[in-house]
Design a protein around this ligand. Structure first.
Ligand code: ZN
Length: 129
């Protein structure tokens, strides 16, 4: 819900919830902890709390299927053994990849996203094959 920003979509979402067409479920703490450990092991450290909650909730459900075009989230889901598909981009990750963060200017590599310590450029997410 926190990722629905524009007021029209927000209104429609609240209407659907109050009408019982959409059910809001929070993930368990244990699933959330497992998802955080897995994302750290992969190096997928740029995911939002909402992304992590989606993956955790999928772990709690019996036959989950997640739709997302976010390749970082797809990578985490694949690593957790959760089935997923693309929404509209038709992009689907085929193999789990470990992620590093690279400075586009000086080429230094880091294990977490942010800015380059040496030249201040925003680091790019780069899968390692
Ligand atoms: Zn740099």
């Amino acid at each position: 819900m926190s990722e629905v920003k524009d007021s029209n979509s927000r209104f429609n979402l609240e209407l659907a919830i109050s009408g019982g067409k959409i059910i809001v479920i929070e993930p368990s703490k244990s699933a959330l902890a497992r998802v955080r450990r897995e994302s750290e092991a992969l190096g997928e450290l740029g995911l939002s709390d909402a992304d992590l909650s989606v993956a955790a909730l999928a772990l709690d459900l019996s036959r989950p299927f997640v739709f997302t075009d976010d390749l970082a989230l797809q990578n985490l889901l694949a690593s957790l053994g959760i089935r997923y598909g693309s929404v509209k981009l038709g992009v689907r990750l085929t193999k789990v990849k470990r992620i590093i963060y690279v400075c586009p200017s000086c080429g230094r590599t880091y294990s977490s996203p942010g800015l380059c310590y040496f030249c201040g450029n925003r680091l790019l997410r780069r899968p390692v094959t």
